[in-house]
Write a protein that binds this ligand. Structure first.
Ligand SMILES: C[S@@+](CC[C@H](N)C(=O)[O-])C[C@H]1O[C@@H](n2cnc3c(N)ncnc32)[C@H](O)[C@@H]1O
Length: 661
């Protein structure tokens, strides 16, 4: 992690002296607790209080620890050096205060030698007991980072990667004697009861912790069943599935175990596994209405996955600000992921797909219901980290996504269980989010209506869609219904062809869009449009840029709209500028071989459609509307009226109708 930039020479000198060394002065436990108490008094614990997310800065990336706490050298707090990653080392500390909740949870901790310090744990998600470790618990931090907080003698152990910290079981022999608690619960029954109490208080993470302690002392089907149900409530489906199967006793009452297993697999969107368990549950308890209902719901998902038959209007009707996650299965069987000549992996058509047909529909792996643009990215990052921790089985598919090229990566695959915790590297997670997420309006249908004022979009990860590379003239178009991404063919696509989508609306100026792709995704687009526009001499491209600015200036003199009559002089000005811009498009680049989009001409032609509509001049409306279509790259559009006879616009979308992609 980088040190914050310093403002003066003397500060730089102080930092040089401080960094890499143990602090010159350490605060006592009493001093630390006193200040902490002050912070605790001021914190807002109401459930609706905003909780900031500490979103990682990729330039500061360092890999998560892949060592077990049993492999590292345990050191006292007094050995920690400032602004240092203690590779190969670890600490074991007891929590000595209630947590202070900010972007993470900050607690005062003490080691076996009586040293005290501050510990900040980030990125645990709200369902982890580590997101606010109770006083008295003992935690281990692997390869800790020790940070200067910017004011006198204020230091902190800072845990970014959630798998770098472990909540130790009270009986773990690794806990040094002085840190052991005297009067912890002794019997499996005591822990079970403590779990039940926590459950009734809706403190589900503590309930899971207590049930786990009980099971460590004495495995019991009843407690496995309780832990399975609690994990289901927490959305920890992997654990719920394992616990459900462990709770079987070979009796008819096992229907409950299979029911929980079926629901857990459903939560993971693993419908083939879910139906197997639900069938078993139904065979053991044929009259249970709740099992029948889940069983039938699962059959519907399997049907969707097989056929892609969705009732999109009914799905649209379900959407509301609180209902954005639709209970639907993904349909991906027309497509296949394999290596692409453009970059890494790409998505390909497994069968011919006609223009307008559904290419695939995909339920988001993760998409928080957060449409506030200032919070959407952080919410997606936080949810992804939480899901990777809660359900390590999703890690392999999520972490197979492209994270960008220059991140320092851990030397084991994400999701690997170390000390019972799935390895989660937050910088890798954020890299994947940045390179693969899409912005999704609640409904593209509503969003594209002219009456919809501003675009509010959530951000999500769709693993199948993320395999698709970009082209400025793509052969698919995506839209959204809540968390379902719908991809349709914009032209006839033969089997085996690579599928492309436009990552963002394509800027008409090639220099501008190419700079955007480079900064946001780190690639130079090699699609037909970019490649052929790149053949134009720089002087011609510069001239088009200049004329585009001119035509845009002419258009902004008045905006067409309902009931607006744009004066003749303004229209003539736009037409004049448009003609010059048209002439600046070289025929040998844009017309041969095959028609290429002339994106710079789309906006002024569309403006003229609006202006002539206001004047009820329908002949001119038709004239410029055809030019809009032509300038989007469709060939065979008769630009003059005499060529229109026998022209069928439906032919535009069949194979060969447009170039690029
Ligand atoms: C969402 S991923 C697409 C799938 C990616 N090819 C993979 O291997 O996982 C986005 C990344 O793919 C690459 N990419 C996408 N479209 C590209 C294109 N037309 N040319 C070159 N690279 C492209 C860029 O590196 C971009 O950051």
């Amino acid at each position: 992690m980088a040190v914050a930039p310093l403002s003066s020479g003397s500060e730089a000198g102080e930092a040089k002296e401080r960094n890499g060394a143990v602090p010159a002065k350490r605060l006592t436990k009493e001093q630390l607790l006193e200040t902490h108490k002050g912070h605790l008094k001021k914190q807002d614990l109401s459930p609706n209080a905003p909780r900031p997310v500490k979103q990682p800065i990729l330039a500061e990336a360092y890999p998560a620890s892949t060592k077990s706490i049993r492999e590292v050298e345990l050191v006292p707090l007094s050995a920690l050096c400032v602004e240092t990653h203690h590779r190969g080392q670890g600490i074991i500390v007891r929590i000595a205060s209630p947590p202070f909740f900010g972007a993470g949870a900050v607690s005062i901790v003490e080691d076996e030698h009586g040293n005290a310090d501050k510990l900040a744990i980030y990125n645990q998600g709200d369902i982890s007991i580590l997101s606010g470790v109770p006083e008295g618990c003992v935690v281990a931090v692997k390869e800790p980072y020790y940070k200067y907080n910017g004011s006198d003698n204020d230091y902190m152990i800072c845990v970014d990667h959630p798998s770098d910290v472990i909540l130790l079981r009270f009986t773990d022999p690794i806990i040094p004697e002085p840190l052991r608690l005297g009067s912890v619960l002794k019997t499996a029954e005591d822990w079970k009861k403590a779990g039940d109490t926590a459950f009734l208080e809706k403190d589900f993470s503590t309930a899971v912790f207590c049930y786990s302690e009980s099971l460590e002392i004495e495995p019991s089907p009843g407690v496995f069943s309780k832990r399975s149900s609690t994990n289901l409530l927490l959305g920890r489906y992997d654990a719920a599935l394992t616990d459900a199967l462990a709770s079987r006793t070979n009796a008819t009452s096992d229907w409950k175990a299979y029911f929980n297993a079926g629901r857990a697999a459903y939560g993971l969107c693993d419908y083939p596994t879910s139906i197997v368990h639900l069938r078993e549950a139904l065979s053991l308890n044929p009259t249970a209405a709740n099992v029948r209902k889940e069983h039938d719901r699962c059959l519907t998902r399997l049907h969707e996955a097989e056929t892609g038959a969705y009732d999109f209007l009914a799905m649209h009707a379900l959407l509301s600000p609180t209902t954005v996650h639709l209970d639907r299965a993904s349909f991906t069987r027309r497509t296949v992921i394999r290596s692409s000549p453009h970059h890494g992996r790409g998505l390909f058509a497994a069968e011919p797909i006609p223009a307008g047909a559904l290419v695939f529909a995909e339920k988001a792996a993760f998409m928080p219901n957060q449409y506030d643009p200032s919070r959407a990215a952080a919410a997606l990052y936080a949810l992804t980290v939480r899901q990777l921790l809660s359900n390590p089985s999703v890690a392999s598919s999520v972490l197979a996504l492209y994270p960008g090229s220059d991140l320092p990566l851990p030397d084991l695959p994400g999701g690997t269980l170390i000390d019972g915790i799935p390895l989660v590297d937050v910088f890798l997670t954020e890299g994947i989010r940045q390179k693969n997420c899409f912005s999704a309006p609640l409904s593209t249908l509503s969003d594209t209506k002219l009456t919809t004022p501003a675009t509010a979009a959530a951000k999500g990860l769709w693993l199948h869609a993320a395999a698709m590379n970009h082209a400025c003239v793509p052969n698919t178009l995506r839209s959204f219904l809540g968390d379902i991404l719908i991809s349709r063919a914009t032209r006839d696509i033969p089997a085996g062809a690579e599928l492309f989508q436009a990552y963002v609306p394509v800027k008409p100026d090639p220099a501008e869009r190419s700079a955007l792709y480079e900064t946001a995704w780190g690639f130079q687009c090699g699609c037909a449009l970019c490649e052929r526009e790149g053949r134009s001499p720089e002087a011609a491209r510069a001239r088009r840029r200049e004329l585009l600015a001119q035509v845009e200036r002419a258009c902004t003199r008045q905006q067409p709209g309902a009931g607006v009559v744009v004066p003749d002089s303004v229209i003539r000005g736009v037409e004049r500028a448009l003609r010059l811009l048209e002439e600046a498009h070289e025929g040998d680049v844009f017309d041969e071989p095959g028609v290429l989009p002339r994106l710079m001409l789309v906006y002024p032609c569309n403006w003229l459609v609006g202006a002539y509509k206001g004047r009820k001049n329908w002949r001119k409306v038709a004239r410029y509307a055809k030019r809009v279509v032509r300038n989007f790259g469709f060939s065979g559009v008769p630009l003059e009226e005499e060529g229109e006879k026998g022209w069928d616009p439906r032919g535009l979308f069949t194979a060969g109708g447009s170039e690029g992609g």
